[in-house]
Design a binder for this molecule. Structure first.
Ligand code: C5P
Length: 412
């Protein structure tokens, strides 16, 4: 799993992870690792059945601060042998955590939660939790489709718990249907969403990301090495913070959670067409795409043959500047973020771009800094705003930079 959101904002926050008895329980180990890599503090409760599939020691070894397995110490055990620090310590995760996720959530645990039962440790902790539970079910498709499970889920959704739909596919018992544990990346990001401030809720954010691809003949095109990572990081951060997000993705843009509205485009003209349709309704436009500034004069729909050719030349025509066009029709209250990759005079060129494109914020970086920029996972940026303010940031993961850019937007 690609845990690409190690932002400083989440460091030290507490997540309680409940694990139920399903063969998918082994995947909870991977989820735990991703949460620990983001420097979250994780406690774990295994149901009795879960502990038969995966050992508590595995969770301890992979970074869980505490692993709970039962409500009571074994009969006759001395208090120091108890896994619980006090008689009521078993409820602590439900009271102290910043987010509570159950993955996998079994049909039985969903039923317990819907009924408000507290007859096992995990159900008791969940009952003592006052926030929204994040539930990632995994079970046999007939169990998932059973009216009892459907009604339990409807009850839990009505109480504002978040239920991620299981995926379609072949489950462990060999049957086909809806019942597989949802994508771990999605569960992970929903955990982060549960920890995020929600300061962008009610806002609509449009982003352009990745390269564009300008066709030349039947098989060749003109493009660039943009990975789309900076744009994807911004799209995810905006969604985590509550925005309704529209991502216009050039080819090869990375995976995005399905609740982000994704529109795949190829050429600069396609990107502009979609952006112009969306823009009047948006609060913010974030233009990270490395749009091809020029497109080749098309050769046609046949393949250009090399036979008999030595040197030859192709004509290029300029592509539309999407940011510039939308900047011109920006309405009061709309905010625009542009990116400037420069090979020299970083601040001067970026400030000029900020003004000439009518942007509110410009994120500038020098091309050629090792381990930073275009196709890497980190960036070293200078942020300039329309009020004349500036901040020079050290090299950091793009996810962290994305969070900081959104913080900046809230000050404009
Ligand atoms: O002028 P330059 O290409 O350096 O500007 C970079 C900024 O403008 C980026 O935010 C990029 O996404 C945007 N841009 C655009 N359409 C273009 C070229 C750049 O939206 N054709």
């Amino acid at each position: 799993m690609e845990a690409h959101f190690p932002t400083a904002f989440f460091e030290g926050k507490k997540v309680h992870l409940g694990v139920c008895g399903s063969i998918a329980a082994y995947k909870a180990l991977e989820l735990l690792r991703a949460l620990c890599r983001a420097n979250l503090r994780v406690t774990v409760t295994l149901t009795e059945a879960a502990a038969r599939f995966v050992s508590p020691l595995s969770f301890q070894s992979l970074g869980a601060e505490r692993v709970f397995t039962s409500m009571f110490a074994p009969a006759g055990a001395a208090p120091q042998d108890s896994p619980l620090s006090s008689p009521f310590g078993h409820l602590a995760p439900g009271a102290e955590a910043d987010a509570f996720v159950i993955a996998p959530a079994s049909a039985t645990t969903l039923a317990r939660l819907a009924c408000g039962l507290a007859d096992d440790l995990l159900a008791a902790q969940a009952l003592a939790w006052s926030g929204s539970l994040l539930l990632a079910p995994a079970m046999n498709p007939r169990m998932w489709n059973n009216a009892a499970t459907r009604e339990n889920c409807a009850t839990l959704a009505r109480r504002e718990h978040i239920i991620l739909r299981p995926e379609q596919g072949r489950v462990a018992c060999g049957e086909e249907g809806e019942g597989k544990l949802p994508d771990l990346r999605l569960i992970y990001l929903h955990c982060l969403k549960a920890l995020s401030p929600g300061d962008l809720s009610g806002k609509k954010v449009m982003l352009t990301l990745g390269p564009t691809r300008e066709p030349w003949d039947a098989v060749r095109f003109w493009s660039n090495h943009s990975s789309g990572r900076m744009g994807a990081a911004l799209a995810v951060c905006a969604w985590l913070r509550g925005a309704e997000v529209y991502a216009l993705c050039g080819p090869v843009a990375p995976w995005l959670p399905p609740r982000i509205n994704r529109l795949d485009v190829i050429t600069a003209a396609d990107m502009l067409f979609q952006a112009e349709k969306l823009w009047p309704d948006m609060d913010m436009g974030i233009f990270t795409a490395a749009v091809a500034d020029f497109a080749p004069e098309p050769f046609g729909d046949k393949k250009f043959k090399k036979s008999g050719q030595e040197a030859f030349s192709i004509s290029f025509f300029p592509n539309p500047d999407i940011l510039c066009k939308l900047g011109r029709v920006k309405k009061p209250g709309q905010l625009i973020v542009g990116f400037a990759a420069e090979s020299e005079r970083l601040e001067e060129n970026a400030r000029h771009k900020l003004d000439s494109k009518n942007a509110d914020l410009m994120v500038a970086n020098l091309i050629g800094v090792p381990g930073s920029g275009f196709s890497g996972t980190c960036n070293t940026a200078l942020i300039l705003d329309r009020k004349g303010r500036r901040e020079s940031l050290p090299t950091m993961p793009k996810s962290d930079l994305a969070w900081r850019i959104l913080d900046w937007l809230s000050t404009l």
